[in-house]
Design a protein around this ligand. Structure first.
Ligand code: GDP
Length: 320
């Protein structure tokens, strides 16, 4: 991308989108097209096309999505499938109609099968049944991956799907019901510390394992991928095995159990009481560690360690 390239970040107020805007500006990209949800409804195909016609973005980061943790996914399945299908369909189609040069479609590691071999390689997509608690979201995202692939094949577009692991960082959703585990634990331990509680309740058995990547590392990886020289970018769009997807994992490379995570957050926050597991709450997928060898092979790896990242995220939580 030239420094004056016209770049559209869809979802620039979200966890990844806001990190992307900071990363792009930090690297001298100032020609950004940004619209809030109130200014542009990404479910409205006509409005999205009009926006693309007038703004003519050359590069698109599709980071807009309806997202949430295990409770939200389980409680609002219809909204999760509708919003995600709607948003990605409008943006991908409008990108093709207006000749966008490159597009990154952001998904999630929950697109892989529930009982997937670990670590999860890109080629394991669609190799088995999905986890029930977030299947509507996952199927919408898989449709987006296929849509990028289909447009590349039929129209010669250059759309790459990137699948991040669980993300956390500045501007996260700290809602106790609807958020993901890491921000929820930051808030739970912090509030328990202030109240002087003797215990904090953590959902599930504590045994599921999760991998966490700091949102600014995710943004850095996305800008790196978007900027790859032609030959390397093409090699990601056309993986060697036939019929595999233009898809790349973005992860940290290591995971830990929810019980270990709770212990770490407890230490960072400075809560001194006990941790209680509530096994009546769902565990979700037993494990979802991404294989990041494709990403490492093209020269990128995560920089922010988990304890450092949780400390940064806790400071962000305190400064809200
Ligand atoms: P998932 O990765 O799609 O399963 O989504 P989450 O980040 O919401 O949950 C990850 C794991 O953390 C699940 O096993 C949850 O049961 C567990 N967990 C423990 N405490 C919490 C909590 O307070 N909030 C959330 N969202 N998950 C929790």
């Amino acid at each position: 991308m030239n420094k004056d390239a016209r770049i559209y970040v869809a979802g620039h107020r979200g966890l990844v989108g806001s990190a992307l805007v900071r990363a792009l500006r930090g690297q001298g990209y100032e020609n950004l097209a940004l619209r809030t949800h109130a200014e542009l409804d990404l479910m409205d195909q006509k409005a999205v096309e009009a926006f693309f016609q007038s703004e003519k973005p050359e590069y698109v980061f599709l980071a807009a999505a309806r997202v949430g943790g295990i409770y939200a996914n389980n409680s609002y399945p219809a909204e999760f499938i509708l919003s995600n299908l709607g948003i990605q369909t409008s943006v991908i189609h409008a990108s093709w109609k207006t000749g966008v040069k490159r597009l990154l479609f952001l998904g999630s590691s929950c697109i892989y099968p529930r009982e997937c071999m670990q670590p999860m390689k890109e080629e394991y997509l669609l190799s088995g049944p999905l986890e029930m608690t977030n299947r509507p979201y996952a199927i919408a995202k898989i449709a987006g991956v296929e849509m990028c692939s289909a447009y590349n094949r039929q129209y010669g577009t250059r759309y790459l799907s990137v699948m991040p692991t669980n993300l956390y960082g500045p501007g996260d959703n700290y809602d106790l019901q609807n958020s993901h585990v890491l921000p929820a634990l930051i808030r739970k331990f912090h509030e328990a510390k202030l109240r002087g509680d003797s215990e904090v309740v953590v959902w599930g058995t504590g045994t599921p394992k999760r991998e966490f990547l700091y949102s600014e590392d995710m943004a850095d990886a996305c800008v790196y991928l978007m900027n790859l020289p032609e030959e390397k970018f093409s090699s990601l769009l056309a993986p060697s095995a036939p019929l595999t997807f233009p898809l790349i994992n973005i992860g940290y490379g290591e995971d830990l159990s929810i019980a270990e995570l709770a212990q770490l957050v407890k230490e960072v926050v400075g809560f001194e009481g006990k941790i209680i597991q509530d096994a009546s709450k769902p565990d979700g997928t037993p494990r979802k560690l991404l294989d990041v060898s494709r990403l490492n092979a093209i020269g990128w790896s995560a920089k922010t360690g988990l304890r450092d990242g949780v400390t940064l995220a806790y400071n962000d939580f305190l400064s809200r």
